[in-house]
Design a protein around this ligand. Structure first.
Ligand code: GDP
Ligand code: MN
Length: 389
């Protein structure tokens, strides 16, 4: 799960991590009032969307007067902000963060992720802040350093010193600040079950203070039940209708831009299905994992989500019945296909427990369903049906 920058900074504040003062605003009037309240000569108006690259896209504006704030907030609120992370259609801005301006001396990069290869938490440190870390990684990989922290040991003072070294800090006070922020972020990461914390940029101000100027947090979905206060920060305006519906039924759904809707159980099988559709010359319209414990209702919900996408010209169902039985799946498919009056070609490949019973139900349903024996056969059939249509 993602949250907005202003929400991340509020959590930081709660945990004593330094952040610039600021307030969220939903209207131009609120923005001006928030700027007045801050009372600083420079105020930054920042679009709040779940995507990075806002600065380059025109979503971050430094404002030097209340009139400026008014103009900039009016420009940003309601705009369709396009960044390299939003796709060409962009994202509508519903709120802005009004923040006190900072005197930036230098922009740095700091993030934390789980390194699955080492089972450690990795701090990623770079002196090149304010730009995409992917870009730095491509052009100057030597400017990125990774410091691993073994969670059984925890964060130790030497980790802090290594991070300060990676930034090349010699000033004792800056070294101390870097070590402190790193330790605070480490504790934050565990306390909130994060899967990623990214501070880009982490700045050194002209007053020699180290300050997170941006904050991006990712939370581990499977641990959200432990954090109702985080779950409450979810912003439905940032999700597509399909994603909201999918979350209700605990389906893993990602919309893609192709033509063939996919309903699969298991993430690995879903990935393989996407690959094999492409191999057969088609394009997948979505990734959808109904999971091992799917029931008839879930299958029906999955069908509705797939069919509500106007790009879908055919559906491929690829289910391996293990925990989930093929006849139950078949019942779900039939019920959904009837209720939704499925017009597009439908290819179904079932394998596993009760497969014969499942196939029989499909055959007797009177619906136009093309059965397939294996994955390759299924992919070729649906691609042919879609192309022929
Ligand atoms: P992103 O583009 O979505 O990652 O948004 P950021 O919060 O990282 O802001 C983008 C850039 O705006 C930063 O790298 C800074 O250069 C600039 N910026 C943000 N806040 C301030 C500020 O308070 N003062 C100044 N001078 N620049 C700022
Ligand atoms: Mn940023």
């Amino acid at each position: 799960m993602n949250i907005h920058e202003y929400q991340a900074k509020e959590l930081f504040r709660k945990e004593g991590i330094p952040t610039p003062r600021g307030k969220v605003a939903f209207t131009v009037d609120e923005a001006v009032a928030a700027a007045k309240e801050l009372g600083t000569p420079v105020v930054v108006v920042k679009a709040q969307i779940h995507a990075g690259g806002r600065g380059k896209g025109g979503g971050v504006k430094v404002s030097k007067s209340l009139d400026d704030v008014k103009t900039n907030a009016a420009k940003i609120l309601g705009m369709q902000l396009v960044t390299h992370q939003t796709g060409p259609e962009g994202k509508k801005v519903h709120k802005v963060l009004i923040e006190e301006g900072s005197n930036i001396d230098k922009e740095l990069y700091l993030s934390m992720i789980l390194d699955r290869d080492t089972s450690c938490v990795a701090f990623i440190v770079s002196t090149e802040g304010g730009m995409d870390i992917e870009e730095v990684s491509a052009s100057h990989p030597e400017k990125i350093q990774t410091i691993q922290v073994d969670p059984t040991l925890g964060f130790m003072p030497f980790h802090g010193r290594k991070i300060a070294d990676a930034y090349g800090f010699t000033d004792p006070d800056l070294r101390k600040q870097a070590a402190k922020i790193a330790e605070q972020l480490y504790n934050f990461y565990f306390k909130y079950d994060c899967s990623m914390v990214e501070i880009n940029p982490l700045i050194i101000t002209k007053e020699k203070k180290l300050l997170p100027l941006d904050a991006k947090l990712n939370f581990e979905d499977n641990a959200l039940f432990r954090h109702p206060e985080v779950t409450a920060l979810r912003d439905l305006a940032e999700e597509t209708e399909g994603e909201i519906e999918a979350a209700k039924f605990e389906l893993a759904y990602i919309s893609l831009d192709g033509e063939i809707g996919c309903m699969v159980n298991g993430a690995g099988l879903a990935m393989a299905t996407l690959d094999i559709i492409q191999l057969a010359g088609g394009t997948p319209a979505n990734f959808l994992d109904v999971g091992g414990g799917a029931n008839k209702e879930k299958v029906q919900a999955a069908f509705k989500i797939i069919l509500s996408d106007p790009k879908v010209k055919g559906i491929l169902v690829n289910i391996f019945g293990g925990i989930m039985k093929c006849d139950i799946i078949a019942e779900g498919i039939i019920a959904a296909a009837r209720e939704m009056h499925v017009q597009v070609p439908l290819v179904v490949r079932l394998q596993g427990t009760n497969v014969e019973k499942g196939k029989e139900l499909l055959a007797q349903s009177g619906l136009k369903i093309t059965p397939a024996d294996d994955l390759k056969d299924a992919a070729e059939k649906i691609v042919k049906a879609v192309k022929g249509a």
